[in-house]
Design a binder for this molecule. Structure first.
Ligand code: ZN
Length: 196
């Protein structure tokens, strides 16, 4: 059976998928999203994997595992060797593609993400799309505490630049991104006019 068909099969082996959920949940256990409700961080990678599978039609085991794990190297103490040992080289490579170089200052990391976007592998582009759909939605509808409007508007424009660099990777996810961005812009415009 083709690798990408594996999870569609009724008797698919979910061992690695459950292992990835467990690994990511443990690594992110002390983290919360920055919204005022302080949502559990793990909601985010689960949403990214859901978007890939359901909206993007990316029914590919390595991509789904990498989506679940995509923030563990950047944002937790997870080590590349741990990911390689549990999930193999292919998944590790995707997670590394999704990880910013934290030794760089924030503004430079943001520029790097725009510059790297066209050079990502196809699966990393699809994960990036799902990640940005989630983040753009959250910045508009459950924003980080204390972010002024201008910073949220900047975020939306930066995310658009990152996505413009990888267009052609997945039409469904790109359409979803464009819809989410339009709604997010509307929301911020309405806030700038004094509506909550
Ligand atoms: Zn993310």
């Amino acid at each position: 059976m083709h690798e990408s068909m594996k999870l569609q099969h009724p008797q698919a082996d979910l061992t690695l998928f459950l292992e990835a959920l467990r690994f990511s949940a443990q690594k992110h256990c002390d983290q919360r999203r920055k919204d005022s409700a302080a949502s559990p961080y793990i909601n985010h990678p689960i949403e990214v994997a859901w978007l890939l599978w359901t909206i993007g039609g990316v029914q590919d085991e390595s991509a789904i595992l990498a989506a679940i794990l995509h923030d563990t190297i950047e944002d937790t103490d997870a080590k590349p060797e741990e990911i390689r040992a549990c999930f193999g080289d292919e998944v590790l490579k995707l997670v590394l593609e999704m990880s910013d170089d934290k030794s760089l200052p924030k503004q430079e990391r943001k520029r790097e993400q725009i510059a790297h976007s066209p050079r990502l592998s196809l699966r990393a582009k699809q994960i990036r799309l799902a990640d940005k759909i989630c983040n753009v939605h959250d910045i508009a509808f459950s924003p980080p505490d204390g972010w002024p409007l201008a910073r949220r508007i900047d975020y939306l424009e930066w995310a658009r630049e990152v996505i413009d660099g990888l267009r052609g990777a997945n039409a469904m996810l790109e359409e979803r991104f464009d819809e989410t961005l339009a709604l997010a812009r509307q929301k911020l415009t309405s806030e700038s006019e004094g509506n909550p």
